[in-house]
Design a protein around this ligand. Structure first.
Ligand code: NAI
Ligand code: MG
Length: 502
C-alpha cells in the first residue's frame, strides 16, 4: 500500500501533502529543516511502510522556537492584539480546518492507524468545536473588584481589583493517540488567553500538526505565535519542558513521563498541567439491559483500538449478569473486522507502532501467566501491520498487573461483583482516576455511586463522551489540572492583584 496504491482512497490534497520531501519545522513563521539535518521516518502502522520523513528537532531548534515564541509574546504584535482579534483568527482557523476535514482525517488515519471516518467524525470535528469554543473566551477574560478595609489604616480608601494576564510561552507536548485533537486542546486555550506556543507532537504521529501549522499561517497568525517542532522525547521534549524561557507546560501522555516533566518544570517554577494515563472502570448494575451494557462496554474499550487515556479497560458486572454480558462483549469483539483505516469495512485498525503492539501483546502474556482466562483474542493478528486482536480476560483479580497497569490497547479485564459498596472499592483500587462509567437506570444507586468514584469524569449510560465545555482531567496519578472547559483557562492565566490608594 504505497501512495500510488491508495491514491483512489485519498483526496488530492492528502496525496500532494504526502508526496513532499522532508517535512520541516515551523519556527518564527518560517518552515526550516532541523539544525542537525536529522530526520524521523513516519510509518503507516497498517503496512509498516514509510509514508513521510520529518525534520527531527534537537536542543538548538528548541532554543530557536522558544526564542521566537518569547519574542512574539514579549514584543510582538500578539501582545498588543485585542481579544476580539484573537477570536477572529481562531474562528478563521476553525473554518479552514473544517474545510479540510477529510484530508486531515485521511492523514491521521495513515499516520496513526485509526479509521479515517472516525477521525473525521471525532478527532477533526471535536477539534473544530474546541477552537470555536475557546475563541469565544478570548473576549471574556475577567478579573474581579473587591471593597476592602484595612484595619491598620482605617481612614484609607482603596480601589482594588484583579487582572487576568496570559502566562506567557506555553510548551505543549502531546501523544500519538489523538494527535490533532490533543494539539488543539492545548493550542486553543493558549491562543485564546493570549499566550504563544511551542508545540511538540509525538514523534510517531507528527503529520497533522504540520498540516495545522500551515493553516495557522494561512489564517494570519503573526510569526512566532505558534511554533511546531517534531522530535522524540529525549532530544526535543526534554529540552523544551526544562527551558527557562517557557512559562507553562501542558502535557498529555504517560504517567511516567508526566512525573519527569513535573520535576523538570518545578526547577524553573514553570507552571504545568498533566493529563496522564488511566485504568477506567465500567460498572454494570444488574437492573440494566445486558445487550445495551455489553455494546457500551465494547465501545468503551475498543474505540480507537483501546488507545484512549479514558478507555474503559476494567469491566465490573453484577454477579447474576456477568456471564451474559461478557459473552455479548466477546461476540462483538469476534465480529470486529480488522483492517486499515481507509477501508470503510474495517472496524478496528492497527496499533500505532511496533513498540505499542509488543507492549500490548506482552501484557496479554503477563495476564495469562498470572492465571487469566482468554475469552477471545489473545495476541497479534496477522504478520504485516501492527494489528492486535480485541481481547477479553476473565478470572482476574485486583492484584494482577493487567488489572492495575495501563495497557493502552484493545484488552479488557472483566470481573464479577456482589453489591455497590464492593464495586466502588474495586473501581477505586488503582493509582489512576481519569474516568469511570456506570450502566444503570436505578437513580438512587447511580447517585450513591457517583460521589464514591475517585475520577475526573463519571459517565452514566455512556463512556468517553467529551465536550469542549466540560473540564477533562484526572484524580490521583491520572494527572494535575484540567483540559477543556472554562476551568482550563486558569492554567493559561496569572492573577494580578492591584491596590490603588485613592
Ligand atoms: P510518552 O508519554 O513517552 O509520550 C508522550 C509525549 O511525550 C510524546 O510527544 C513524547 O515525545 C514526549 N516525551 C517522551 N519523553 C519525554 C521527556 N522526557 N520530556 C518531554 N517529553 C517527552 O508515551 P509513549 O512512550 O508514546 O507511550 C507509552 C505509554 O504511555 C502507552 O502505552 C500508554 O500507556 C501511555 N500513554 C498515555 C497517553 C494518554 O493519553 N494518557 C497517550 C500516550 C501514551
Ligand atoms: Mg515514551
Amino acid at each position: 500500500m504505497n501512495i500510488s496504491d491508495i491514491k483512489h482512497l485519498i483526496t488530492d490534497r492528502t496525496a500532494k501533502f504526502l508526496a513532499r520531501g522532508t517535512h520541516p519545522l515551523l519556527i518564527d513563521g518560517q518552515w526550516v529543516q532541523a539544525e542537525s539535518g536529522q530526520t524521523i521516518d513516519v510509518i503507516n502502522p497498517a503496512n509498516e511502510e514509510v509514508i513521510a520523513k520529518v525534520a527531527s528537532a534537537g536542543k538548538a531548534d528548541v532554543d530557536k522556537a522558544v526564542a521566537a515564541a518569547r519574542r512574539a509574546f514579549d514584543q510582538g504584535p500578539w501582545s498588543k492584539m485585542r481579544g476580539a482579534e484573537r477570536e477572529r483568527l481562531l474562528m478563521k482557523l476553525a473554518d479552514l480546518l473544517e474545510a479540510n476535514a477529510q484530508s486531515f482525517a485521511e492523514v491521521e488515519s495513515l499516520d496513526n492507524g485509526k479509521s479515517a471516518g472516525m477521525a473525521q467524525a471525532v478527532d477533526v470535528a471535536v477539534a473544530v468545536d474546541t477552537i470555536r469554543y475557546m475563541a469565544g473566551w478570548a473576549t471574556k477574560i475577567e478579573g474581579a473588584t473587591s471593597d476592602i478595609s484595612v484595619p491598620f489604616a482605617p481612614q484609607a480608601e482603596f480601589v482594588t481589583f484583579t487582572r487576568r494576564e496570559a502566562v506567557g510561552v506555553v510548551a505543549a507536548v502531546v501523544p500519538w493517540n489523538f494527535p490533532l485533537l490533543l494539539a488543539v486542546w492545548k493550542l486553543a486555550p493558549a491562543l485564546a488567553t493570549g499566550c504563544t506556543v511551542v508545540l511538540k507532537p509525538a514523534e510517531q504521529t507528527p503529520l497533522t500538526a504540520i498540516m495545522l501549522g500551515e493553516l495557522i499561517a494561512e489564517a494570519g497568525f503573526p510569526p512566532g505565535v505558534v511554533n511546531i517542532i517534531v522530535g522524540d522525547g529525549p532530544s526535543a521534549g526534554a529540552p523544551l519542558v526544562s527551558h527557562p524561557g517557557v512559562d507553562k507546560v501542558s502535557f498529555t501522555g504517560s504517567t511516567e513521563v508526566g512525573k519527569l516533566i513535573g520535576k523538570a518544570a518545578v526547577e524553573n517554577m514553570t507552571r504545568f498541567t498533566l493529563e496522564l494515563g488511566g485504568k477506567s472502570p465500567v460498572i454494570v448494575l444488574d437492573d440494566c439491559d445486558p445487550a445495551t451494557a455489553a455494546a457500551g462496554a465494547a465501545q468503551a474499550i475498543f474505540f480507537n483500538h483501546g488507545q484512549v487515556c479514558c478507555a474503559g479497560s476494567r469491566l465490573y458486572v453484577q454477579k447474576k449478569m456477568f456471564d451474559r454480558v461478557v459473552a455479548d462483549v466477546a461476540d462483538i469483539a469476534k465480529s470486529m473486522a480488522l483492517g486499515h483505516g481507509l477501508d470503510p469495512a474495517s472496524r478496528m485498525g492497527p496499533l500505532v507502532s511496533r513498540e505499542q503492539m509488543d507492549r500490548v501483546c506482552n501484557y496479554i502474556n503477563i495476564g495469562m501467566s498470572q492465571g487469566a482466562n482468554v475469552v477471545t483474542g489473545g495476541g497479534r493478528a496477522g504478520e504485516k501491520g501492527y494489528y492486535v486482536q480485541p481481547t477479553i480476560l476473565t478470572n482476574v483479580n485486583a492484584d494482577m498487573r493487567v488489572v492495575q497497569e495501563e495497557i493502552f490497547g484493545p484488552v479488557l479485564t472483566a470481573m464479577p461483583y456482589d453489591d455497590i459498596e464492593e464495586v466502588a472499592a474495586l473501581a477505586n483500587n488503582t493509582h489512576f482516576g481519569l474516568g469511570a462509567s456506570i450502566w444503570s437506570n436505578n437513580l438512587s444507586k447511580v447517585h450513591r455511586l457517583i460521589p464514591k468514584i475517585k475520577a475526573g469524569t463519571v459517565w452514566v449510560n455512556c463512556h468517553s463522551m467529551l465536550n469542549p465545555a466540560m473540564p477533562f482531567g484526572g484524580y490521583k496519578q491520572s494527572g494535575i489540572g484540567r483540559d477543556l472547559g472554562k476551568a482550563s483557562l486558569d492554567s493559561y492565566l496569572e492573577t494580578k492583584s492591584v491596590y490603588i490608594a485613592v
